[in-house]
Design a binder for this molecule. Structure first.
Ligand code: AR6
Length: 185
């Protein structure tokens, strides 16, 4: 599905984020930046060793990436231009600042992509796999963050923001929640 909100097209699709042709794809990384399973593993496998080399340089410079923050590298052999690596929170019951940290992941990724001249970006469903975040709540946080960003961003806006859902359950949640969040706008 596709929604037009101000000057931005917001989409929810089902698929593999490594195939995305947006300027930026976002990786649900961990704070070591050294790769892992899930979407992180898929991105490093498909993108090749150049991505890890740049992650290692970032580690040497700043010691990894804190939860809620984001860093940017080449996309290696992937069709995208850049990979933004953000570290989602591990779900720990919900009263440990998880929503706020997840919100930061989306906003910091958008800001970093925008700083690099990107006009399109694809997000996976950060934290909803290995990190155990409830899917419905994560979708609410993601959509709220995107709405806030589009409302507040000035000239350098994203033309296209895509939620690339791996599973049908997430796609159904995003379709329903995007409709609700933007129907009044
Ligand atoms: N394209 C799009 N989404 C995907 C893909 C793909 N190719 N593969 C999986 N997903 P997860 P997390 C979905 O576990 O919960 C790693 O080891 C998946 O179905 O990848 O943030 C990192 O190194 C789920 O909806 O990330 C960290 O240690 C979503 O991506 C840890 O996992 C996120 O699931 C991060 O855990």
């Amino acid at each position: 599905m596709e929604i037009q909100f101000k000057n931005t097209v917001i989409e929810a699709v089902q698929g593999d984020i490594t195939r995305e042709t947006t300027d930026v794809i976002v990786n649900a990384a961990n704070s070591s930046l050294l790769g892992g399973g899930g979407v992180d593993g898929a991105i490093h496998r498909a993108g090749g060793p150049e991505i890890l080399e740049e992650c290692q340089k970032i580690r040497a410079r700043q010691g990894g990436c804190a939860t809620g923050e984001a860093v940017i590298t080449t996309a290696g052999r992937l069709p995208a231009r850049y990979v933004v690596h953000t570290v989602g929170p591990v779900w720990n019951g919900g009263s440990n600042g998880e929503d706020n940290l997840l919100h930061n992941c989306y906003l910091n990724s958008l800001a970093l992509a925008n700083d690099h001249g990107a006009t399109s970006i694809s997000f996976p469903n950060i934290s909803t796999g290995i990190y155990g975040y409830p899917k419905s709540q994560a979708a609410d946080v993601a959509i709220q963050a995107i709405k806030e960003y589009v409302q507040l961003s000035g000239k350098g806006h994203m033309q296209r923001i895509r939620f690339v859902c791996y599973d049908a359950e997430n796609l159904a949640l995003y379709e329903q929640k995007l409709e609700q969040a933007f129907q009044q706008s």
